[in-house]
Design a protein around this ligand. Structure first.
Ligand code: WTA
Length: 567
């Protein structure tokens, strides 16, 4: 029997207070995600149950019980307090998927500070703009990433401490740097959790938009109410499950469902901190007897490419439930997984801004391959007419995905950018920025984004950010960045570049520019192709017409360009 039982029955009379009651939360009381994920689970008698089964490069591994993660979070929290970190201070986690990332996250929340996880593959420029915007006071990192922090620290006067969790004493520590080793620190048994309340800020995730710099999506401790129940009903997490979320906590899936959801439920999860390979992934599932697997379409497509032979070489019979998020899950992938794993991937749709799943395919409900499923109970989801912003009643007609505001995990603002936050609402609907249609059974079918943001392998990349970085390269006079189709990653970044006089439009130059972006921003943001042009299509006011180039890449009709001219 699945946790959700009947979707239809859950819809009737649904109230989020159901989740509050299960968590023993009384409105108006204190609520702290760090406490819920550790102390409460221990108090429920699960102190010795494995919480984290971690595996690093080369097969090194370690298991932490719920009591271990409780102590580790206390110890890190206590250490940060000793450095003068106060509630609501921003503490950045800039780490690979090592245990300190997961434990540090909980420690930060336990002291009422705001956790700001950033993807460890980010280059110095990506890091700088996000730390600057959040006025981050502490960054927790590791040896292999500290050089990127050193490069930018002079531009970050408010950054008081740079904590290195794996310092080996070989080279001297530099300005503002501190060494902290979780294994060597005295475990803190008794710890007073900061009295956060429902609306106290918890997590700050940066996400990319079409225009302007990345925006800090601000969440609150009350988000737990939605993350807990969606993890329970959509991922169907149960007491004896071994759960694997393949996402990196640098992105929202890796925190909402790679930390908070499963641990809020007291479920064992495993983490693999090494690069992707079909062999390594199947071996991991087999070794740890993974039962619930939450992954992403690009990974699934890569597994499809690796073929079925390799699947047969592994015992994957432990798998009970599969789910996916982040990009369109094509019907072929659903059908393939049903054939080779005996189970379909269940698509889920949500965003950094929504904090928790909004639309999903539920255990026990008919999966329509290619559809994202139906809104979670308590979520009012519609598609709006792009002009009137009224809900479209007609089945199959494409509109803008929108939700009635007010679910527990919804972002509370964009950090220091309330105006942009307000602009996400129209007629009291929250606009997701995506387009879809709804069929006559209420299933949502994704069509595309309503902006120029590039979704490459499930990661959002802002064309504006890439264009700005390109301009810093000496050879680049002007550029326009769009997506181009890719078999595995769905979309990849492509740049149209006008060179400055004296620079050769050749392959070497292309590589130099690509590498420049990879280092400055990240491997995801790096253009996979650079096309040299003599001019770029522009509107009369001088704005580059990205949509024209986009249409060209995707072989789409652009239609009347005079409307573009006026933008
Ligand atoms: C896209 C990730 C199609 C969408 C949790 C959304 C999807 C953006 C799906 C959010 C899906 C997410 N099918 N597209 N099932 N799920 N997206 O903020 O464009 O990193 O707005 O959050 O990814 O990406 P974000």
């Amino acid at each position: 029997m699945s946790n959700i039982g009947s979707y239809e029955e859950r819809l009737a009379g649904f109230d989020w207070s159901l989740s509050e009651k299960e968590l023993g939360y009384i409105p108006g009381d204190r609520i702290n995600i760090g406490w819920y994920c550790t102390d409460r689970i221990c108090q429920m008698g699960m102190a010795d149950k494995p919480a984290l089964i971690w595996e690093g490069l080369g097969g090194s591994g370690r298991t932490y019980t719920f009591n271990d993660i409780r102590l580790a979070a206390n110890t890190i929290g206590h250490y940060l307090q000793g450095l003068g970190v106060k509630d609501q201070d921003r503490v950045c986690l800039f780490l690979d998927k090592i245990p300190e990332l997961y434990l540090g996250f909980l420690g930060i929340l336990k002291i009422g500070a705001i956790a700001q996880p950033l993807f460890s593959a980010f280059g110095d420029e990506s890091l700088l703009v996000r730390l600057e915007n959040a006025e981050t006071s502490v960054i927790i990192t590791q040896r292999k990433h500290v050089s990127k922090v050193r490069k930018i620290r002079d531009q970050l006067p408010q950054l008081r401490h740079i904590i290195i969790v794996d310092y080996d004493g070989r080279k001297p520590l530099q300005e503002r740097e501190l060494a902290f080793s979780l294994d060597e620190a005295a475990p803190v048994e008794e710890f007073e959790v900061f009295p956060t309340e429902a609306e106290s800020p918890s997590v700050l995730h940066y996400t990319s938009g079409t225009t302007g710099m990345p925006k800090g999506v601000q969440h609150v401790h009350y988000s737990l109410i939605a993350q807990y129940l969606t993890a329970k009903w959509v991922l169907d997490l149960q007491d004896d499950d071994i759960y694997w979320c393949t996402a990196d906590p640098g992105w929202v899936t890796g925190t909402s469902y790679g930390i908070i959801g499963p641990w809020g439920l007291g479920v064992t999860q495993c983490v693999l901190d090494s690069g992707f390979s079909a062999e390594a992934w199947y071996r991991f599932i087999e070794k740890h007897r993974v039962t619930v697997w939450y992954s992403a379409p690009t990974a699934i497509r890569s597994l499809m490419r690796a073929g079925e032979e390799i699947v047969k070489q592994h015992d994957l019979s432990s798998l009970r439930h599969l789910a996916s998020v982040g990009e369109p899950l094509n019907s072929e992938a659903v059908i393939w997984s049903e054939r080779v794993f005996g189970k379909p991937f269940h698509d889920t749709y949500w965003q950094t801004e929504t904090g928790a799943m909004m639309i999903a395919n539920y255990p026990g409900m008919k999966v329509k391959p290619g559809s994202m499923g139906r809104p979670f109970p308590g979520i009012t989801g519609v598609v709006l007419d792009p002009n009137s912003h009224e809900p479209i009643a007609e089945a199959g007609k494409v509109g803008l995905i929108a939700f009635k505001p007010g679910w527990p995990a919804m972002m509370r603002t964009y950090w220091n950018n309330e105006a942009t936050y307000q602009a996400k609402f129209v007629n009291n609907w929250y606009l997701s920025g995506d387009r879809a249609s709804i069929d006559n059974e209420g299933y949502f079918w994704f069509v595309g984004r309503d902006d120029d943001v590039i979704n490459t392998a499930g990661h959002l990349v802002s064309p504006f950010e890439v264009e700005s970085a390109l301009l810093e390269h000496e050879a680049v006079a002007e550029s326009a960045v769009v997506s181009k189709p890719d078999e595995v990653n769905m979309e990849v970044v492509k740049a149209f570049v006008m060179l400055n006089p004296g620079f050769e439009p050749d392959a070497e130059q292309e590589l130099r520019i690509m590498n420049f972006i990879r280092k400055k921003l990240s491997p995801l943001a790096m253009p996979q192709e650079i096309e040299y042009v003599d001019s770029l299509p522009k509107t009369r006011s001088g704005k580059i017409m990205r949509r024209l180039l986009h249409a060209q890449e995707w072989g789409e009709e652009i239609g009347d360009t005079s409307t573009l001219e006026d933008e």
